[in-house]
Design a protein around this ligand. Structure first.
Ligand code: F3S
Length: 374
């Protein structure tokens, strides 16, 4: 891989041992994937934040790091809401460790917004290169916003944030951004249906680049749900919601292929995977109006969005529901070994494997109905 003079200096350790290590990671990745050069990135987003996920080993790794990131950098959700952790039933030792992790990241100059929707805080420009980690955010950046990022691991995203560059391979290159299968859905879809579609299609197309043919064009929330589902079940990092090319393969789905909704008697209903937008909070508030929540109902969003939707959140919480920030049902220990109902294809996939929770999926209206009619 070609390195310019400045890259070489970093690699030689002239800007310190931490940046040198970061450059070594980027060069190793570039060599493995055949990158020709490093490209400057506009922003980074780092996964590996919850103490549940990275544990003491992760905290120790962060303790050794010094210096500062060189591009705007945010974090993935952590294991708790930084203010409502008691309400979530998180124990004090976990809180102590979790806050220590956040402090370490902050000392590196990272904005401790812990969200899988960093694009609501700071939307990347079309065509810009990024180094983002969280799979649904990667999908949204590539597919909806037209930015370019691979799905980075936590350490490689952090290395890119410290150096301000990433190796140019994978989805940074035009040649890898061409759709190679068309998915046809000749029936109407709305809301959570797109998460269900993502869940189903991800399992079929695994790591390919699908383009969709829809009866009606999905809105941004629906595209977010679609991408999150495919990212979870099929590691799909890029898709097109309309025709871009003429791939040789076409797959036609029928309504019954998406028949993954079910109902049960959950211990808790959890919405907001990925973190809710203002319009999703508005819809939840509308569905809850005039009802009282009788079964725990948790709604995950980013602190950035919550701070801008105070009256909506008051309306939601007056019904007995809880809106939580900084965290989610998958990375928090609060939702382990439970029976969960979700409206997300991604949470449906990860609930059993990462939370050891029996998980079922319904539409947003179904979920609220179950929460209000225990
Ligand atoms: Fe976000 Fe957690 Fe879902 S990180 S995409 S809410 S699994």
């Amino acid at each position: 891989m070609h390195l310019n003079r400045n890259d070489e200096d970093i690699l030689a350790g002239e800007l310190g041992a931490v940046k040198q290590k970061a450059m070594e990671i980027l060069v190793a990745l570039g060599d493995i994937y055949g990158a020709e050069r490093l490209v400057p990135i506009e922003s980074a987003q780092i996964a590996g934040v919850s103490y549940k996920t990275i544990g003491d080993a992760g905290l120790e790794y962060l303790t050794d790091l010094t210096g500062s990131v060189t591009v705007p950098t945010m974090l993935n959700p952590m294991g708790m809401d930084r203010y409502k952790w008691r309400q979530m039933g998180i124990d004090e030792l976990f809180v102590e460790k979790q806050l220590a992790i956040i402090r370490k990241y902050e000392m590196l100059g990272i904005d401790a917004q812990c969200t899988c929707t960093p694009y609501y805080v700071n939307a990347p420009r079309k065509g810009s290169h990024l180094s983002w980690s969280e799979s649904s955010a990667v999908s949204y950046a590539n597919s909806v916003l037209g930015a370019r990022t691979n799905r980075e691991g936590g350490p490689s995203a952090l290395a890119a944030a410290l150096v301000g560059k990433t190796p140019e391979y994978g989805y940074h290159l035009d040649k890898n951004r061409v759709p190679d299968i068309t998915i046809k859905t000749d029936f109407p879809l709305q809301g959570a249906d797109f998460g269900a579609l993502g869940y189903v299609v991800g399992k079929i197309v695994h790591s390919r680049v699908p383009q969709f043919s829809f009866v009606t064009q999905p809105n941004d929330d629906e595209l977010k749900a679609l991408g999150a589902g495919m990212a979870a079940t099929g590691a799909v990092a890029l898709y097109y919601s309309e025709r871009r090319a003429k791939p040789s393969e076409t797959l036609e789905l029928s309504r019954s292929d998406l028949d993954i909704y079910s109902s049960s008697e959950p211990d808790a209903v959890v919405l907001g995977c990925p973190h809710c937008s203002r319009s999703e909070l508005t819809e939840i508030a509308r569905l809850l109006d005039g009802h009282t929540v009788k079964r725990p109902l948790w709604i995950c969003t980013s602190r950035f969005v919550a701070d801008r939707c105070r009256s909506l959140i008051t309306r939601i919480e007056e019904t007995g529901a809880n809106v939580i920030c900084d965290t989610c049902m998958i990375v928090s220990p609060a939702f382990e070994k439970r029976r969960l109902m979700v409206n997300s294809g991604k949470a449906l996939e990860y609930g059993p494997s990462l939370c050891n929770s029996h998980t079922v999926m319904g539409t947003t209206a179904d979920c609220i109905n179950i929460a209000c009619n225990a």
